[in-house]
Design a protein around this ligand. Structure first.
Ligand SMILES: C[S@@+](CC[C@H](N)C(=O)[O-])C[C@H]1O[C@@H](n2cnc3c(N)ncnc32)[C@H](O)[C@@H]1O
Length: 471
């Protein structure tokens, strides 16, 4: 395992390779089973009239179905008496005898939580961030996996956010379960908070330090388990636009209390990297894992753009990319699409109609602004390129990028490009069918495309495209 590295992949597989007792603090903010798909683009602007587009254009999916994978997970935990979540899973199976989205979700979490105790040092801690959708069940898994006696706190994070129902109490809190690896050896650094005196007047008790601010007189007390920290607002400087992004203040509090400088902080569901940045600012080492190459790119290209960050689990050369495409074709497609700045990959591997990613041309009119991409990991066939060109000719997209592993430049390919024609943006003509390869990517070349809108903010990227010399 490598410190200060972003790992791309399923945290279950990645963590299985990590060293025993190496981590001081684990913070995880997994999907909550919120039955929401978190949109990165088009969700409000375009997806409404095309449900298929909407389903495929998400940063990550947080809906859980009862399927063959869920059945396999439940069976394997149920049949392994020594699995740490065995008894909890039996209980869940009683509650959901015929399977359900919730059982699917819980088995997914149980598989991953079960590998975490091994990684923690004896002085280590874990914070599981969830919400009331499944917190009651997750606590049962945590009790089994970490031991009831190692449970420390249920922290309530209260926040303000837009919208409040009239039908019941407005739901404005998340839950964090804090467990020690070993309650007797756990590292914990108390943080103080202000506690205002009654009527904001001084008490003048002997031996008690009192302070005054603009609100009134207060003492400093050990921080309680109910936290009020602002959500990231629409105009917040911290905002990266990644759905479910958490505030740095929340992570800094956890990291300060439960790890020392130089310690190692792991976030196995790191999203856009709030934990990573907080740990870095507080001089801790860190490791972030995410299954979405998109999330990893947001950290690398936006959040930590001034730092050189090591990446693991993503190919570093053409041979690695070929290997990746053979091992995990769908993951490879997502990774390949995000080599082009502005493109967002599909997250659902089904009926994509030959489209693996999409982008919008900045400032172009609706109806004439969509770029699509198709990825071919294996040997490309001219018929596939022609079929892709037909999607563009049919008016579904203004521009299409065909991404291959190695450069592909034959007379038949050139004919397809010529047949697809060009479009003008300002004074510049752009090919409507554009060839790009992973080989180009490793040579530092980018495809010749009009300026694309940032997939989440819709704003323009800085113009820094290096046109391909031949296209
Ligand atoms: C709620 S978000 C985390 C947000 C994060 N705390 C932040 O502040 O940006 C959950 C993340 O878990 C990732 N994820 C889901 N399943 C995963 C898995 N098996 N391994 C690693 N990451 C996973 C998703 O891609 C998503 O980015």
């Amino acid at each position: 395992m490598k410190k200060n590295t972003l790992y791309y992949g399923d945290c279950l597989e990645v963590m299985e390779e990590f060293d025993e007792r190496s981590v001081d603090l684990i913070y995880l903010d997994p999907p909550f089973n919120s039955k929401a798909d978190y949109n990165i683009i088009f969700g409000t602007q375009r997806g409404d009239d095309d449900p298929d587009d909407l389903a495929q254009l998400t940063a990550f999916t947080d809906t859980w179905e009862w399927d063959a994978d869920a059945q396999r997970r439940v069976d394997s935990i149920m049949s392994a008496i020594a699995h740490p979540a065995h008894r909890a899973m039996r209980a869940f199976k009683e509650i959901y005898p015929d399977g359900s989205g919730m059982l699917s979700y819980l088995s997914y979490m149980a598989e991953r939580l079960a590998v975490m105790p091994r990684l923690l040092k004896n002085s280590g801690s874990i914070y599981l961030h969830c919400d009331p959708t499944a917190s009651h069940y997750l606590k049962l898994i945590m009790d089994e996996v970490f031991g009831k006696s190692n449970f420390r706190n249920e922290i309530v994070w209260g926040y303000k956010s837009g919208g409040a129902t009239k039908k019941w109490w407005a739901k404005k809190h998340d839950v964090l379960f804090y467990y020690a690896k070993n309650a007797k050896q756990v590292y914990f650094q108390t943080i103080k908070e202000k506690s205002y005196n009654r009527d904001f007047k001084p008490y003048r008790f002997k031996g008690v330090d009192e302070y005054e601010d603009e609100t009134g007189w207060y003492t400093l007390v050990n921080m309680k388990d109910v936290w009020q920290i602002d959500m990231i607002g629409r105009t917040s400087a911290e905002r990266l636009g990644y759905p479910t992004q958490k505030p740095l203040a929340l992570l800094k509090r956890i990291i300060t209390a439960s790890s020392d400088q130089g310690g190692l902080v792991l976030d196995p569901f790191c999203g856009c990297g709030t934990t990573v940045e907080a740990a870095h600012q507080l001089k801790r080492d860190w490791i972030g894992i995410d299954i979405s190459s998109y999330a990893i790119e947001v950290i690398r290209r936006e959040r930590m753009k001034d730092m050189r960050i090591d990446l693991a689990g993503v190919p570093k050369d053409l041979k690695g990319a070929a290997d990746f495409s053979a091992r995990k074709p769908f993951d490879f497609e997502k990774w390949a699409v995000t080599r082009i700045r502005g493109f967002a990959p599909n997250t659902v591997q089904r009926g994509d109609g030959g489209i693996d990613g999409r982008a919008l041309i900045f400032g172009a009119e609706q109806g004439n602004d969509l770029c699509i991409a198709q990825v071919k990991g294996g040997k490309p066939a001219i018929d596939a390129l022609r079929a892709f060109a037909n999607i563009i000719a049919g008016g579904k997209a203004a521009i299409g990028v065909f991404i291959t592993l190695r450069r592909w430049d034959t007379p038949a390919v050139r004919q397809c490009i010529a047949d697809a024609g060009t479009m003008k943006i300002g004074e510049t003509a752009f090919n409507r069918l554009v060839m790009y390869s992973i080989d180009d990517h490793f040579r530092g070349l980018e495809p010749k495309l009009p300026p694309l809108a940032h997939p989440r903010t819709g704003k323009a990227f800085q113009a820094e495209l290096t046109p391909h010399p031949n296209r």
